[in-house]
Ligand binder design. Structure first.
Ligand code: SF4
Length: 503
């Protein structure tokens, strides 16, 4: 039994039926079906061993688990339904989440559109209010919260007190958790909040190899991003490439644990060992060759994120997207390659102000063309992007939003999902104000509806290709029912947004 337990709520502790994109459903409120069915669709329970250790767990938690185990702590990840097995030994409870309070994208947008609380937030509240966590707290267990959404606790200080969260760690945790957990176990005073600055991020050799499998085989290939977008916190961290041997070691750990797939994680997969922001074919071909050799023909494969400028540059200069998809990635079992990309705006003027290097090596004036060309390249090569557009960036004018709407019109022919994100003060824009649904203008509403219509239009096509096997038939039916429901209700949501404009 563990002394240091790492856990999170069900929306995070799930492999989403092996289909990562289904995890996004957990960022919305249950609509058109009961909550239990929504949870079953988005976040089914994971397999566990007799100690309640999940076979697959979120990658970031696996890294912290590895750091603590290597430092000699009796620590491990435990499924939220099995915490009771460790109640009498637990002294420290560590939490992680992508979106604790549904303030991040796309949860907050679903919330704005439907007026209903997203399920990830409900699920996290349920965990924190559960008798087992309350009992642990009564027994004096110290609670440490971290992960990508750690910043959200700064807006929920009252909940931090009510639930007895002792410390929040914001940033890469590898170098700070050992000392922190040691202090917690020794009963020493703890800081309320730790921000991990540039000087405290781990070097490559300080990042351990995971000890157990990650959700859907996610494996990190680099950290940081060189593009410097003002609204992004990733860009404040230095760029580090994970050596190929280390990547392959983690792929093998996942495969040995029975996870039949890989998601290459990076803020821009195409920049793996790149020349600045210019992708280089050799390291990318080698990476794909080695990883896919291990995954085999039937294993799943995806990229976490790629930049649109790198997609265009790689294809225009080397024909690299065609080569990677046709010769390495796609086959009769893997018919599409999923990836997240950022459009953020269709306005070259706004792009120049807030993300001057996002279009590099092309100038920001060419940003709309870069986006359209990259979408066209992806469409041709069966790469399916889930794209984001940010509304309410400081300095944005109505004319900027009109340009975004015009770009969305031009993206209509390309297979993709496009979702709106409300501006959240982060990165160098940290001191600005949140964009809330009360701030929506007519142009924002037009942009939001255009994105919903675009995504609903393409979703069915994507589902048909992505879930073509008979095994997925019941799941596919459920998703199609949901899409039908959303399509029927778009006018209702349009009405809700129109009402907001009148206030
Ligand atoms: S390209 Fe993406 S990860 Fe890089 S700084 Fe911009 S928003 Fe952040």
């Amino acid at each position: 039994m563990f002394e240091v337990v790492l856990t999170t709520d069900r929306t995070m502790m799930s492999n989403h039926h092996g289909k990562e994109f289904l995890g996004f459903i957990a960022t919305g409120p249950p609509i058109g079906m009961p909550e239990w069915l929504w949870m079953k669709l988005a976040a089914p329970k994971v397999k566990v061993d007799r100690l309640g250790r999940p076979v697959e767990a979120p990658y970031g938690m696996r890294k912290i688990e590895a750091v603590l185990q290597e430092a000699g702590f009796n620590a491990g990840i435990v499924d939220p339904d099995h915490l009771h097995k460790h109640l009498h030994t637990m002294k420290v409870l560590m939490l992680s989440h992508h979106d604790y309070f549904a303030y991040g994208p796309p949860s907050s947008e679903w919330w704005a559109l439907t007026g209903r609380e997203p399920i990830n937030r409900r699920s996290f509240f349920k965990l924190m209010n559960s008798p087992i966590i309350r009992k642990a707290k009564e027994r004096g267990v110290k609670i440490i919260a971290g992960g990508p959404a750690a910043w959200q606790w700064l807006y929920e200080l009252e909940l931090m007190d009510r639930w007895g969260v002792d410390v929040v760690v914001d940033g890469e945790g590898e170098k700070v958790v050992v000392d922190l957990v040691r202090k917690a176990l020794n009963g020493e005073p703890l800081p309320r909040y730790i921000y991990v600055g540039v000087d405290d991020v781990p070097r490559i050799e300080e990042i351990p190899t995971i000890k157990g499998a990650s959700v859907n085989g996610l494996v990190e290939i680099m950290r940081g991003c060189p593009r410097g977008c003002k609204f992004c916190s990733v860009t404040l961290r230095p760029l580090r490439f994970i050596p190929l041997e280390k990547i392959l070691a983690e792929v093998e750990i996942n495969l040995r644990s029975g996870v039949r797939g890989v998601i290459l994680h990076s803020e821009d997969v195409l920049l793996y060992h790149a020349d600045g922001v210019k992708p280089r074919p050799e390291p990318l071909l080698k990476l794909h060759e080695e990883v896919l050799k291990r995954v085999g023909e039937r294993g799943s494969f995806a990229w976490a994120h790629a930049s649109l400028a790198a997609i265009k540059y790689a294809e225009d200069t080397y024909g690299l997207i065609s080569k990677l998809t046709k010769e390495y990635i796609l086959n009769e079992h893997r018919k599409i390659l999923g990836v997240e990309v950022g459009i953020e705006t269709g306005s070259p003027e706004l792009a120049r102000k807030i993300m001057i290097a996002k279009s590099a090596p092309y100038p920001p004036e060419q940003w709309p063309e870069v986006v359209e060309d990259a979408f066209s390249i992806m469409h041709e090569n069966m790469v399916v992007p889930a794209a984001t557009v940010i509304l309410g960036i400081p300095g944005e004018t109505p004319d900027d939003v009109v340009k975004t709407v015009e770009l969305l019109d031009r993206l209509k022919p390309y297979r993709s999902i496009i979702v709106p994100m409300f501006f959240v003060p982060m990165g160098t824009l940290k001191r600005n104000v949140w964009f809330l649904r009360e701030h929506l203008t007519r142009e924002h509403v037009d942009a939001m509806l255009k994105m919903y219509e675009h995504s609903i239009y393409w979703a069915e096509d994507i589902i048909n290709i992505y879930m073509s096997s008979a095994v997925h038939a019941p799941l596919k039916l459920l998703i199609k029912y949901f899409l039908k429901y959303v399509r029927r209700n778009v006018s209702k949501y349009r009405g809700k947004l129109e009402e907001l404009l009148k206030k």
